[in-house]
Design a protein around this ligand. Sequence first.
Ligand code: PAF
Length: 283
Amino acid sequence: MKIYSEKKNINIAIQDLKTKNLKIGLVPTMGALHRGHLALVERALDNNDKVVVSVFVNPTQFDNKEDLKKYPRTLDKDVALLKTLSKDRIIVYAPTVNDIYEGNTVAQDFDFDGLEHEMEGKFRDGHFDGVGTIVKRFFEIVKPHNAYFGEKDFQQLQIIKKLVEKHSIPVKIVGCPIYRETTGLAMSSRNTRLKPEYLEAAPFIYKTLTAAKKQFGTKSANKITEWVENQFAKNELLELEYFIIADAETLKSVKRKSSKKSYRAFIAAYADDIRLIDNIALN
Ligand code: PAF
């Protein structure tokens, strides 16, 4: 398996693939790969000749320095997992911070037509500027035909689609369903940091989302939100940061439901000091 850490070397490899007219898929990750990431890579392998998996803990998207410091970094294990899928069709791109940011580790300012100010944007200052900066950078370096993102970070997925549209980047963005543990807990690299009692408590997030979905046909968004907030208030291990029912396209919280629109419910909650997010389609 080819592993690149320097832009100048991956540039040569990409040029070679382009000359051969091969279709390139990109799966951007921050490493600590789990089954959910592998599902994205499998999807990419199905639809492309070569798949670049970037493994990079991007400093400019962390508003919390401690979270950045503690983010799991497991490149050898990640490479071993990827090898179980394919040894010759996957290329790993694991750059250093310096190779990407060239001594200026700051995010570009983006305008995502307001998507960046909803939900996560309210709680993670500058997060989506950091995500936009690194993903745009990877699109420029890897020049993929297709790029794969999980729906767990649904807001991120919508923002990447907006990035591509506004900057006329020639790549197709493919959103992939959330991969869950048998308990219902959405897979996340952060789950590995949960202490046992919190790991046991965390599936409550998805249980609450599915219960909210059941209520969606008959109750107002306000009533459901109240119910969810009460459920979390009774939970001693999980602290709700937000629950919101939003239009899946604009991500604006729903005031009055319309049968023509798609809605999703979103949760961010703390389990100890670990921030977990999840979401569910409601209709
Ligand atoms: O979803 C992630 O893991 C990250 O936000 C991404 C897209 C790899 C950018 O760093």
